[in-house]
Write a protein that binds this ligand. Structure first.
Ligand code: GLA
Ligand code: GLA
Length: 658
């Protein structure tokens, strides 16, 4: 890993503004309109050549760089810099025709055919050979072009091809397993292979978890997820190494997808492999969609270690890939963009510059819509450009850490949603988001941080459904509590170790003593079943039959109805100045508000917002700049925040500079 870097640019502090730009989809004369309108909007950077392989290498070894040279020169002449893609995201027809063995294979043995995009096996040696040759050619050709501010490796690695079950994947999986396990019997032990006659005689007998007669081995599945994330990371590193060799002064990034249910890539593990973090984010319709945006931006900011990051894509308005695709409401374009900035983004970019006329994304919004620049949307785009110019002094400012954190763990996400579990209904990210919503409702800032990062600086750490707890993590959590920290965790946490083996002696396994409780049976609820608590709240999804194991554990709420009536529902063990609380049922965002409020109060963590604003606005802080984001569709009076007479518009954002 090298020290984090930012774009290669002049020294002027600036928030970058731009989009993916696909000039190859348009006649040459449109390009002049493009750059004119880019200047009007204040565009400073565009991502170029992301899906251009077929137009750049027209046949094996035959290149046509003329059009790209011209596009880059035109942008440069207009003061717009380039985040230049390596163009490897989507292999051209000639390559797939000549080498169908680069095509991924799904779990059922079906080939994933060309016709869409990203139809390549992350582990294919033939794909690599061709793609890396293109990377080398691109890097060599543009090494000295002053417009190139960064390299953009591939695009959204793993968006469509994270799980490949081909023979290439099988071979690479075996190599990966050989590196992880010293001997085949170490693997057999880790995979619990004594079960169902799965004991392997050699690594050569191992396959990816292809379609099986019934539940494939859970540790095999978990290792395959780890391997698949690593295979793509490996590919990222392979491209990066060529770029660093040829252009050591141009930073390298790739666009992550910290959003929604996209989960195949362990970005906590990838973060140190890029020179700066870039993320793509799209809002999905849901009552918590704005909270989800904030959650994703927050996590991205923490993957970046608090340092500035690059919002590589979001949408000006509708997307095209939901069942029903709604346009954004007035104010949402700016609010969404500034929420990312509030969480540390120093660049605000969109997919894409000009809305396509043809292709699968022709109904996806862009900075220039089908209606052209004489449109409300483009006027909003121009206005956002002006706002970002006004915020230029913010560039480089770090996120200000909160006193509370939510732990987010890809391994737990992967493991807890595997098959053959007590319930299929549990959604890991939803649980984490619900806690985040409760923080927002209470007006208390919380950082969303990877479980592997240092959390000892926080006063409160919430670890929702922290299912996989290796001994090392259990020890860190214990040290946190012993050191005076306040831990909060929930049902189905602490259950298994890193190999997905149950911790024995009673649940919650690795966290049992820390929490001062013991549970003998896991307690999912049927759909529609509920359990009332004596604090007036209602639980769904799960209830535990809790035994309190020591005098330090207080019962904060008990069940009133259901199989566990009369028994503890929420507990809190005090350990010196610290504590460890356990919430044994799903309370949903509204139910978590009073519970979290109580736990925060006991921990002495309070809102930084005046009482009338809590829940109605989100507060995010970068140094001396406070972002106040309207979470409602109503205007909000900011008088109590010292903004006498100042009103935040519906869906608006106020940036308060000290
Ligand atoms: C992803 C891709 C883009 C585009 C957008 C559409 O983020 O990287 O190429 O397909 O989705 O939302
Ligand atoms: C069947 C099988 C057992 C076990 C049980 C689980 O009865 O024979 O091996 O899998 O199902 O319910």
């Amino acid at each position: 890993m090298s020290a984090p870097r930012w774009l290669r640019r002049d020294g002027q502090p600036r928030l970058e503004y731009g989009a993916d730009y696909n000039p190859e989809q348009w006649p040459r004369e449109v390009w002049d309109d493009d750059v004119r309108a880019m200047r009007e909007a204040g565009v400073t950077i565009v991502s170029l050549a992301i899906f251009s392989w077929a137009k750049l290498e027209t046949a094996e070894g035959t290149y046509d760089f003329g059009w790209l040279d011209e596009a880059i020169d035109l942008l440069h002449a207009n003061g717009i810099s380039v985040d230049l893609a390596t163009a490897t995201a989507s292999p051209p027809p000639w390559l797939a025709t000549r080498h169908p063995e680069i095509l991924p294979v799904d779990q059922h043995g079906n080939t994933v055919w060309p016709g869409g995009r990203q139809h390549w096996r992350p582990t294919s040696p033939i794909f690599r050979e061709h793609a890396l040759r293109l990377v080398r050619t691109m890097a060599t050709r543009y090494a000295n072009h002053p417009a190139v501010a960064a390299w953009h490796v591939s695009n959204e690695l793993g968006c469509h091809n994270v799980y490949d079950y081909s023979d290439d994947a099988a071979a690479a999986f075996r190599t990966w397993l050989r590196a992880r396990y010293a001997t085949i019997d170490d693997l057999n032990e880790a995979w619990g292979a004594a079960f169902w006659s799965q004991w392997y005689g050699s690594f050569d007998e191992i396959l990816p978890p292809r379609q099986a007669a019934t539940h494939p081995n859970p540790t095999q599945q978990l290792d395959f997820k780890r391997f698949s994330s690593d295979a793509l990371k490996d590919y990222l590193i392979a491209e990066r190494e060529i770029l660093r060799e040829i252009t050591p002064d141009i930073p390298v990034t790739t666009n992550f997808m910290v959003m929604g249910e996209t989960r195949g890539m362990d970005y906590a593990d990838w973060a140190s492999e890029v020179d700066f973090i870039a993320n793509d984010h799209y809002r999905l319709p849901s009552p918590q969609e704005l909270d989800e945006l904030s959650f994703s931006a927050n996590l991205t900011g923490n993957l970046a270690g608090g340092r500035p990051w690059f919002l590589m894509e979001h949408s000006t308005s509708a997307v095209n890939w939901q069942p029903i695709n709604l346009a954004k409401k007035p104010g949402e374009l700016e609010r969404d963009a500034l929420t990312h900035v509030a969480h540390g983004a120093d660049a605000v970019c969109f997919f894409q510059w000009r809305q396509s006329r043809a292709g699968a994304e022709k109904y996806h919004s862009a900075m220039v819509p089908h209606a052209g620049t004489d449109s409300e949307l483009f006027r909003d785009v121009v206005a956002l450009g002006a706002t970002l110019r006004d915020l230029a002094p913010l560039a480089g400012t770090l996120r200000t850490p909160a006193r509370a954190a939510i732990l987010f763990d890809w391994t737990s996400w992967w493991a807890v949603e595997q098959d053959s579990h007590p319930t299929e209904r549990l959604r890991y990210r939803r649980e984490a988001l619900d806690w985040y919503t409760a923080f927002l409702e209470l007006g208390v800032r919380a950082d969303v941080i990877p479980a592997g990062s240092a959390f000892d600086g926080y006063d409160v750490v919430v670890a929702p459904v922290l299912h996989v707890v290796p001994g090392e993590l259990a020890a860190r959590l214990e040290a946190f509590v012993t050191g005076g920290g306040h831990l909060v965790t929930t049902y189905f946490s602490g259950i298994v170790d890193e190999n997905d083996h149950a911790w024995l002696g009673g649940y919650p396994g690795a966290l049992r003593d820390l929490l001062g409780i013991r549970i003998e049976e896991l307690g999912p609820l049927l759909d529609g079943d509920t359990a009332e608590l004596d604090n007036g709240l209602t639980g769904t999804l799960w209830t535990d039959r809790i035994d309190v194991t020591g005098p330090d554990t207080a019962v904060l709420a008990s069940y009133k109805t259901g199989d566990q009536a009369g028994r503890p529902a929420i507990t809190r063990r005090t350990a010196g100045a610290g504590s460890a609380a356990y919430v044994s049922t799903r309370l949903g965002p509204a139910g978590l508000v009073p519970v979290l409020g109580d736990l925060l109060e006991r921990a002495g963590v309070t809102s930084e917002l005046p009482e009338d604003l809590r829940g109605r606005v989100e507060l995010a802080v970068r140094g001396t700049t406070r972002f106040v984001i309207n979470r409602t569709d109503e205007p909000v009076d900011l008088t109590s925040l010292g903004g006498a007479g100042r009103t935040l518009t519906a869906r608006g954002v106020a940036v308060l500079r000290a």
